[in-house]
Design a protein around this ligand. Structure first.
Ligand code: TRP
Ligand code: SF4
Length: 418
């Protein structure tokens, strides 16, 4: 089924029921109670769904290793629309994750026609923002990471044009470099495990990136030499495409195991132990032992003109380097969920769930849940008028940006020192 979720489309209106019923994304809500001190993006429904997030929650709760990776396409200056993903990566690192951030300059150059110089400049800005948020971990540019490119090549062995057509609608006219940038993104998502060893990996992304996640999960699976499963009283290690010596090594690693044509049965050892050993044998014999990556999906922050917050529509976003004057103008001119007249507003109340100003507060500007609830209530009750609300929001944004710019200045040297 060709996805209706297209990573390169400007149209991001999303039918959430379809996400769950047709695409197999799971709702995030049932997982939240298992998370200690869930941050705003989880509490407030900004992150809406996930694939396989439970192993990550377990890793956070049990202090076992996990990786977190995301990527940014440097096709313009970073703005508030990018802040959510940045916060998600930084938070997972704080929860014990081993952090990686990719600057997707190959994708920006191939798909968006951005020059390498510009990629470099925008990439620096993204990284500065991340460090300003307290991010700690690896960062790299796709174009200069040779091991990444090798991994992309390996991944490409398991990709074919009919999959690319089915997933992205690629056709005869699609540039080969576009397909290569897909392989590179697959490699990004698997890179932490290649670099630091197999472990569950969380990839926080916007919903539009799900096709890449599905493809990568599929490829991670195809690259495995073995499947490891609990059967009745024993663990079965079955070869998918393992070299014969690797299967023999599994047999040797577990004394008393039985080796058959294409599989080894192991009694007296736990699933987790066998699983870990098998992954390390895979690596020893030229494989990867990858876990299929997990993902969380968040809504995009609505632009100030409705629609998507996009670099190509300056009035739609608030940039980290916008002047106060520009920010004020954008917020005061924003599309709200307010009524046509003050009278109507007082009588009917506003519609915060449709309001770009409210969503700005919900996403980033109001930390305190009670304060946010009060804004929502007063708006709906017709007690809060849009003019007042916008001014208050502008004051919050101004303060946020002043503080953030200071942090960016302090963090800039980290970009050079990486
Ligand atoms: N394609 C992503 C975007 O358009 C950027 C990206 C590249 C990415 N590599 C990634 C996102 C790996 C998540 C994981 O923004
Ligand atoms: Fe939006 Fe505020 Fe107006 Fe309500 S009062 S519609 S939250 S701007």
């Amino acid at each position: 089924m060709q996805s209706e979720i297209n990573p390169w489309s400007a149209n991001q209106s999303i039918d959430t029921d379809k996400l769950f019923t047709e695409f197999g994304i799971e709702p995030i809500e049932p997982v939240i109670p298992e998370i200690h001190n869930p941050p705003a993006f989880l509490r407030r429904g900004i992150v809406i769904g996930h694939r396989d997030y439970r192993p990550i929650v377990d890793a956070m709760n049990n202090n076992t290793p996990f990786h977190v990776l995301t990527g940014f396409m440097p096709s313009g200056h970073p703005h508030l629309g990018h802040l959510m993903v940045m916060k998600e990566v930084a938070w997972h690192v704080q929860q014990g994750g081993n952090g990686y951030v990719a600057v997707a300059d190959r994708e920006a150059h191939a798909v968006r026609n951005i020059s390498w110089d510009k990629c470099n400049e925008y990439g620096r800005e993204y990284l500065t923002c991340l460090y300003a948020l307290g991010y700690e971990g690896e960062t790299y540019y796709q174009s200069t990471n040779n091991r990444l490119k090798d991994l992309a090549f390996e991944a490409a062995i398991k990709m074919n044009f009919s999959d690319l057509q089915a997933i992205y609608g690629f056709g005869q006219e699609t540039a080969l470099a576009h397909a290569m940038s897909v392989a590179t993104q697959v490699a990004d998502i698997l890179f932490p495990q290649e670099d630091a060893g197999p472990a569950p990996t969380i990839v926080p992304v916007g919903i539009d990136q799900d096709p890449h996640i599905r493809l990568t999960r599929d490829i991670a699976h195809k690259l495995r030499f073995f499947t490891v499963e609990m059967r009745d009283g024993y663990v079965s290690v079955r070869s998918k495409n393992a070299p014969e010596e690797a299967l023999a090594a599994v047999h040797t690693a577990f004394p008393g195991s039985k080796k058959y044509e294409g599989h080894v049965d192991i009694k007296g050892a736990g699933l987790a132990d066998v699983d870990a050993k098998v992954r390390s044998i895979e690596i020893e014999y030229g494989g990867f032992g990858f876990y299929s990556p997990s993902a969380t999906y968040h809504y995009f922050m609505q632009g100030l003109q409705g629609g998507k917050m996009s670099s190509s529509v300056p009035e739609s976003f608030i940039g980290f380097c916008d002047t106060d004057k520009a920010v004020k103008k954008k917020i005061m001119g924003a599309v709200t969920g307010g009524r046509m007249t003050l009278e109507e507003q007082k009588k009917l109340g506003g519609e915060p769930e449709k309001c770009s100003v409210y969503l700005l507060n919900l996403f980033h500007m109001v930390d305190d849940d009670d304060e946010l609830t009060e804004i929502c209530r007063a708006c709906k009750a017709g007690e809060l008028m849009c003019g007042t609300c916008k001014k208050a929001t502008y004051e919050r944004v101004k303060e946020f940006l002043a503080d953030f710019k200071e942090r960016m200045d302090e963090a800039e040297h980290k970009v050079d020192e990486r």
